[in-house]
Design a protein around this ligand. Structure first.
Ligand SMILES: [Fe+2]
Length: 247
């Protein structure tokens, strides 16, 4: 499995609080059957002022610690970017790291507020698409507007977005409504990727295998492979190939 949404860079957002927790989460991922992982710290105006340079520097430090600890997991970095007009100049200045490039598109892990779908986000997505950037919408099943009216996801589909479900939404970690919506979106074929969105050991761990088993039962093994391996690899392989060629 390849986990392409998690908050494992230490002390850079609300994810792993220090290096020890980051290393524990990485060991947890490895034991759970993850072979590659993309860390995606928040870029969120007014809250987490991260950018490509800060994230790349934090990744270098984490990789050095992984070498010392012999944690043999391939990792790369991107970001989970909160939808906000402020991201437009950051993209133009190449300050936002993408999840990778696939079929001529750069993929951007894009997060909405949990409370609602912000007005104007369709315009922002159209602007992104005009730049050959495809948003991978982070955990649509946790957005309250979509929970209240699942048809609201159709606008994002029409605009050409992809969708990432959070593993623990499917296994009940965010409540029954969120779980039911996760099942519905999976059965309708809306979801492209399942990822952990891990933040910490206790409440938001880096576990994908339970959701993998559930998708295998709900749909079939081939669909689980597509959501946990094939699509994540297609989207992010340019990050790994670039790095592995430079190593
Ligand atoms: Fe996240």
């Amino acid at each position: 499995m390849i986990d392409i949404h998690c908050h494992l860079l230490p002390a850079i957002d609300d994810g792993a609080k220090d290096l020890d927790e980051a290393l524990s989460l990485l060991r947890m991922s490895l034991a759970d059957g993850v072979t590659r992982l993309v860390v995606t710290p928040h870029i969120h105006a007014g809250r987490f002022h991260n950018n490509k340079a800060i994230i790349d520097a934090a990744l270098v430090k984490l990789k050095a610690a992984m070498d010392v600890e012999n944690i043999e997991l391939a990792i790369a970095a991107a970001a989970e970017v909160r939808i906000d007009a402020e991201i437009l100049p950051m993209i133009e200045q190449d300050k936002i790291p993408f999840l990778g490039e696939y079929v001529g598109q750069k993929f951007l892990l894009l997060e909405m507020p949990h409370s609602h779908i912000p007005s104007g986000c369709d315009k922002l997505i159209k602007w992104l698409k005009s730049k050959d950037i495809t948003p991978l919408i982070a955990h649509p099943e946790r957005n309250r507007d979509i929970l209240a009216d699942p048809d609201k996801i159709k606008m994002f589909q029409r605009l050409g977005c992809w969708f990432q479900l959070t593993a623990s939404s499917l296994t009940g970690g965010f409540g029954e409504r969120c779980q039911q919506l996760s099942i519905k979106l999976l059965k309708e074929g809306v979801i492209d990727v399942v990822a952990s969105d891990a933040h910490n050991i206790k409440r938001r761990p880096s576990i994908l295998s339970h959701a993998y088993q559930q998708v295998s039962l709900l749909l079939n093994e081939e669909s689980a492979d597509k959501l946990f391996h094939r699509n994540p690899w297609n989207i992010t392989q340019s990050l790994f190939v670039e790095h592995e060629n430079n190593a």
